[in-house]
Ligand binder design. Structure first.
Ligand SMILES: Nc1ncnc2c1ncn2[C@@H]1O[C@H](COP(=O)(O)OP(=O)(O)OP(=O)(O)O)[C@@H](O)[C@H]1O
Length: 318
């Protein structure tokens, strides 16, 4: 059953520049979807239109039976039910964490205000910071407060536009894992936009890849990894090695074995020490391949045989 429904949305800035083209998407209530796309692919435009903050050139957005009106159709742009959070989301600098979270609840009954604020402080584990001002918090904690504030009025939909891009990797991973559980518990419907595929996979199994304003692939993470619809999608998940003399045919480093009687011979050009393996650059025919060496046994200049199963080839249309 679709709850958030985007139908054939297009957005052309200045009547020419196409930020979105015929974009359709459906999410069930409580669904979490991660959207990956490079800069300029139309992700922010999409979220702003879904939130009712931007006028589309064509197409519709529905939340349940309700048609989302754009700023040309509605006196006050936006909806309480749909909250958009982005990287530069501003907290009230002179208010405490507690006050920031309670702010959208000012018109509500006092007892409910208190109860809801306490729930969110506890859910997001911000109790110890309740009396601090935003500047006394780390970037990750500030984004948590922003999310708590957005969640205070119990929105149906949360739209996250690269909200963690200013955080360091460790902070970010912990926060994504924490938030995923909270979103599931609250049954809020979430679209999480990022250009980092690993962050997308941490947040949800359901992924959409967007390129130049169009969906290039949508599905479970495993489907996208195993059957990428294009070279672009495949490269999002890591290096590809081109098979010599075969057009548009590739193999991933992880699918290659180093073996004395390999199908192809290669020469190690360089090696890079990474956390779980050495990543080698290997000259193979006229190509430079990336090979993973878990044993860290291979040395620069060494000639090696490379073996693989053709069933692991990734073939794309030209
Ligand atoms: N207000 C605007 N006026 C004109 N062009 C715009 C406007 N906003 C966005 N664009 C253009 O529309 C395209 C899509 O932009 P959008 O910000 O939606 O993409 P994005 O995927 O969110 O990019 P980023 O990750 O860099 O934020 C880009 O080419 C951008 O330059």
């Amino acid at each position: 059953m679709s709850f958030l429904k985007v139908t054939e949305l297009s957005k052309h800035y200045n009547n020419t520049h196409k930020a979105l083209e015929n974009f359709s998407l459906q999410l069930p209530k409580g669904g979490i979807l991660s959207m990956v796309g490079e800069s300029g692919s139309g992700k922010s435009s999409l979220l702003r239109i879904i939130a009712g903050l931007e006028v589309q050139s064509a197409g519709l957005v529905h939340l349940g039976d309700q048609k989302i009106l754009n700023p040309d159709q509605k006196l006050v742009a936006g909806y309480d039910e749909i909250q958009l959070i982005h990287q530069e989301y501003k907290l009230y600098p002179n208010s405490t964490v507690e006050e920031n979270i309670a702010r959208p609840l000012l018109l509500y009954d006092k007892a409910y205000q208190k109860e809801r604020t306490e729930t969110l402080l506890s859910m997001l584990r911000l109790q110890d910071h309740r009396n601090k001002k935003p500047r006394q918090l780390s970037g990750g904690q500030q984004q948590k407060v922003a999310i708590a504030r957005a969640l205070s009025i119990e929105p149906e939909v949360l739209l996250l536009d690269e909200p963690f891009s200013s955080l360091d990797v460790i902070q970010k991973r912990i926060l994504i894992e924490e938030l995923k559980d909270i979103f599931e518990e609250l049954k809020v419907t979430v679209i999480f936009v990022t250009h980092e595929v690993e962050d997308a996979m941490l947040m949800s199994e359901d992924l959409v890849v967007i390129q130049k304003g169009e969906i290039v692939q949508q599905g479970k993470a495993q489907e996208l990894v195993e059957q990428p619809a294009s070279e672009y999608v495949a490269r999002l998940f890591g290096f590809l090695n081109k098979i010599p003399k075969m057009d548009n045919t590739f193999i991933r480093p992880i699918d290659i074995r180093v073996s004395a009687k390999g199908e192809l011979m290669g020469k190690v050009l360089s090696k890079q020490y990474l956390l779980q393996y050495n990543l080698l650059k290997v000259e193979v025919a006229d190509e430079v391949w990336r090979i993973v060496d878990f044993q860290r046994a291979l040395t620069i200049g060494e000639s090696i045989g490379l073996d693989f199963d053709e069933s692991n080839f990734l073939k794309f249309k030209a």
